[in-house]
Design a protein around this ligand. Structure first.
Ligand code: IMP
Length: 180
């Protein structure tokens, strides 16, 4: 049913699993001897976080944080609001933030600054998708799944008006969906 709303698939489920394996392996290598805390940004991070952690062979913790930047539409408003704060302290911790997509970079830089202010030893970003053409803030995530053009995408955690997060791939919506 949902697939009827999709114009075309941009990143398939097979490709996403391959990406998670590659990034998980890289993180495992880079954090040898450390116990990082992975902080997923709700809600979009969930499918990618779940896949990624299967491929990280470290003593790592998983935490979640709620941040809102888009308010149901397809353009960033630039307002970063914390809707669910962390339950743990990040002081002295190596933090890896897990994102579905980095577009303007406002969400991630807002959270990055906050975690550094709270005393994290290091903060890096792992994102499934990167849309560098949309960037407003200077930011290059250390771990990037794949780079995509400046198009609005849904699936694998990414939503349009809270729907489509459950699609097992990343795709572009048909224009007519926005007119509904
Ligand atoms: P940024 O603050 O502009 O980098 O946007 C990051 C957040 O905006 C992501 O975590 C998503 O929730 C949302 N976002 C950015 N681009 C898209 C998109 O193409 N589809 C769905 N959500 C998006």
């Amino acid at each position: 049913m949902l697939e009827n709303d999709i114009e075309r698939i941009l990143v398939s489920e097979t490709e996403i699993i391959k990406i998670a394996k590659r990034l998980g392996k890289q993180i495992t290598k880079d954090y040898q001897g450390k116990k990082p805390v992975l902080i997923g940004l709700l809600k979009g991070c969930l499918p990618f976080l779940a896949e990624l952690i299967k491929h990280i062979d470290l003593y790592c913790e998983i935490e979640l944080m709620g941040v809102q930047s888009y308010h149901g539409g397809t353009e960033s408003t630039g307002n970063v609001k914390i809707t669910k704060d962390l339950d743990v302290s990040v002081e002295g911790r190596d933090v890896i933030m897990v994102e579905d997509i980095v577009d303007t970079g406002r969400t991630i830089t807002g959270v990055l600054d906050l975690l550094k202010y709270r005393g994290a030893t290091s903060v890096e970003v792992v994102t499934l998708l990167d849309k560098p053409e949309g960037r407003v803030k200077v930011l290059t995530p250390k771990y990037i799944g794949t780079t995509i053009p400046k198009e609005f995408v849904v699936g694998y955690g990414l939503d349009y008006q809270e729907f489509y997060r459950n699609l097992p791939y990343v795709g572009i919506l048909k224009q007519q969906v926005y007119k509904k």
